[in-house]
Design a protein around this ligand. Sequence first.
Ligand code: PLP
Length: 416
Amino acid sequence: PVTLRDIPQQPRDEAFALTADFKADNHPNKVSLSAGVYRDGNSKPWVLSSVREAKRILHETTNLDHEYLPIQGLDSFLDVARDLILGKGAAATANVVSLQTISGTGANHVGAAFLVQKLQPKNVFISDPTWSNHHLVWTVGAPTVTQRKYPYYDFSNHTLDFYGIMSTLETEAEENDVVILHACSHNPTGADPSREQWQSLAALFKRKKLFAFFDSAYQGFATGDVEADGWAVRHFQQTLFGESSAEEDPSSAPPGMCIAQSFAKNFGLYGERVGAFHLILPKQTPAAGARSELLRLVRAEISNPPLFGARIVQTVLSDAKLRTMWENDLRVMSGRITKMRSLLRQAIEEDPNPGDWSRLESQIGMFSFTGLSEKQVLRLREVHHIYLMNNGRISLSGVNEGNVKYIASAFNEVLR
Ligand code: PLP
């Protein structure tokens, strides 16, 4: 008989293990550059002023109950979430099914679990490198789909490998295959396609009938502007399923596209687990069946999603004053990160040895891919008490005016 005695131990999750190791380290100069969470100029968590104000309003002026939400979640939250990513006009006219999820991870998971059953793609194409959980989510949620990597980054020039992306999808992807795309602020490289490159990608997806799976975890965090950061998703939606597609023969369109939307980073609501999943279908495709299947999945897994964080996001996004405050909060966070990018570059380049570190400024969002080797990363941890991911990814949110020189001199020491 099967026993539970011989289960092999899985490796620890790298990101969470590093956070725990960092906490346990007592060195006075320790620095965490590993976690994908925003920190203020004193390395402290930051509650957004718009979120503080929304909480005050919720507590003081409404009579909050703690009833169950419907299976799909808070409808008024889903409306503003959809408007935010698609734009109001497109959100109102698209053929879209939306569900509230357990943050971005839950949205990725629901998408994988739905697609493996209903679309049954042969392959899921995942950028190399990527957020490591993409692999795990598909391994656990959709084990019959073959995971394929598409090259994303030119490691020697520190730039996007656009030719690698296009040529791999062109030659290897088949109709109905799923391709995961980072909507903005690619994790871990910080390198995003330009608008022209997104246009070429959308045309390729249309021609080859590929299913675009957008992971949107950083809208507003890349540039500080939610419109600019949502541009790629909107362009895909318009190109593949916009108004002009209504007259087209449905069999000439891709089967659909989807968005896994997280509010962890752009609202600082990491632990509240606020997210949404949006499935966009061609205009003529009936959506009721897909909606019923998604609801069934949610009912089996979580029954219905949590209430509090969704109320906060809904309150902020549906009030003009709070929304302006939030947009300012986004500029505070993305502005600090941009400033740290240039300070760190300057401090590193003060040493004559390390060469060109302009990549710190050309990459955007929370992360940069330093190009440091695993050996150098381990030395940074062991000798200098600076924690970053083994692949050399740093989160710029861990840098501040007080530690930037320390970080730069440690980088320069391991680079020598
Ligand atoms: N997708 C990407 C690319 C991420 O970097 C993250 C968080 O680090 C997520 C999704 C989801 O995070 P959460 O589940 O906290 O919303």
